[in-house]
Design a protein. Structure first.
Length: 403
């Protein structure tokens, strides 16, 4: 088959991007909500349907891939087609609890009557009059064309104009009062960056990567909604859960052993409790020097993580608890074995437990994250816990160190 350029007549790029824009804009809308009950649906009552705080917001999206998107005016097809969609939806919504948004990449000209729809506080009476005049013009000119046997003008706008004129005056005014145009909106290529700016819990350097992962998750959910594999509505709570999972993934991938092979400053001394704990089990100078070195490294690593990623606090605390549990199993068994032993033998057993934290614990306990490779963290954290008396090496360390 010969390679040919894309046939512009059948090129579906704009249509495909238009639907993809609906999906991504729905995500951008949902992540911007603060209400816990916020939820969106795509391609149901409108392009995007948002429910929050007991209110319904119907969004009709007009995307463009042109460098200069067409403006939104009272005569444009997009406006009247959108109006027809909303009029058709009126029987299915509570008009008093529903707001209708036209989101457009193009802008509304400053002299257009539609500027009144860019601010919900603006009076709509003059706009309503202009809309009635335009709708009547379209209907009258089509009637004249039909009577003259000519080709009917304004075909794409006709249904919207006729439906608007068919509404009773009260419904027409209520509808116009609940419309808002959000013009000059972000285009599809700008959405990942806009998303990243809303991910405030994630360090700045990771936000764009997180936004891309969130979009991948979102795309799958949208596909599932459209093919019936899940309910049509996507809840804000689901979005929050996905963001939490992404944060955890990024944490795991970004944990770097910053202090591997880094020596503590000359003259550094650890907390006195570290030395007292080791002295109880007759630890040698090599045991002490190793414990001090690893305690310094682990302390520096913990501090750096907390400064760089405040959300690491809970992960550090959980891992401390895991290390304490591994120690507890060994300490309890050791204490039982020491019940009938001499003091020197009890100390020897404690020294074995101390050396287990140096030699075997980094292999016995799974790392704080799958990518972590710094053995000093387990060794040094055991010393941090020993300083706080959360662990100890002697069978009776709490009793002996109570003062």
């Amino acid at each position: 088959m010969e390679s040919t350029d894309s046939n512009s007549v059948h090129d579906a790029t704009a249509a495909a991007l238009g639907f993809y824009y609906q999906s991504q804009f729905a995500l951008l809308t949902l992540i911007s909500q603060e209400a816990d009950d916020a939820a969106v649906a795509i391609e149901r009552l409108d392009d995007v349907e948002l429910k929050a705080n007991g209110q319904t917001l119907l969004l009709q999206l007009k995307h463009s891939i042109k460098d200069n998107p067409p403006p939104v005016t009272l005569a444009c097809v997009a406006f009247w087609k959108t109006l027809k969609v909303w009029i058709d939806a009126i029987p299915f919504v509570s008009l008093a609890d529903t707001t209708f948004h036209l989101v457009s990449v193009g802008s509304v000209p400053s002299n257009s009557p539609l500027m009144a729809l860019c601010d919900m506080q603006t009076d709509r009476e003059s706009l309503l009059t202009a809309m009635l005049v335009e709708a009547c013009r379209v209907v009258d000119e089509r009637a004249a064309d039909k009577a003259a046997g000519d080709k009917l003008r304004h075909g794409p706008r006709a249904a919207g104009c006729e439906a608007f004129l068919a509404l009773d005056a009260s419904t027409r005014l209520s509808l116009v009062r609940r419309i808002r145009i959000q013009h000059g909106s972000v285009s599809i290529g700008q959405i990942p960056e806009a998303l990243s700016k809303r991910m405030h819990l994630i360090p700045k350097e990771q936000r764009f990567q997180a936004a891309e992962r969130l979009l991948a998750w979102w795309d799958q959910q949208v596909i599932y909604t459209l093919c019936g594999k899940r309910e049509r509505v996507i809840q804000r709570s689901e979005l929050q859960h996905s963001i939490s999972s992404i944060i955890a993934q990024l944490d795991d991938e970004k944990l770097v052993a910053d202090f591997d092979l880094v020596s503590h400053p000359d003259g550094y001394e650890a907390d006195g409790m570290l030395y007292r704990q080791i002295a109880l089990v007759q630890g040698r100078s090599s045991d002490v020097s190793r414990a001090v070195r690893e305690q310094w490294r682990a302390t520096q690593q913990r501090s750096k993580w907390i400064v760089d990623k405040p959300q690491m606090r809970s992960k550090i605390a959980s891992y401390d608890a895991k290390l304490a549990e591994y120690w507890s199993d060994r300490h309890a068994r050791m204490a039982e074995d020491c019940e009938d032993l001499e003091a020197s033998e009890v100390g020897a057993k404690g020294l074995e437990l101390l050396r287990w934290t140096h030699d075997l614990a980094p292999k016995d306990v799974e790392p704080i994250s799958p990518s972590w490779s710094g053995h000093y963290y387990v060794r040094g954290t055991y010393q941090v816990l020993a300083i706080d008396l959360q662990v100890g090496w002697h069978a009776d360390y709490l009793k002996l160190l109570k003062d």
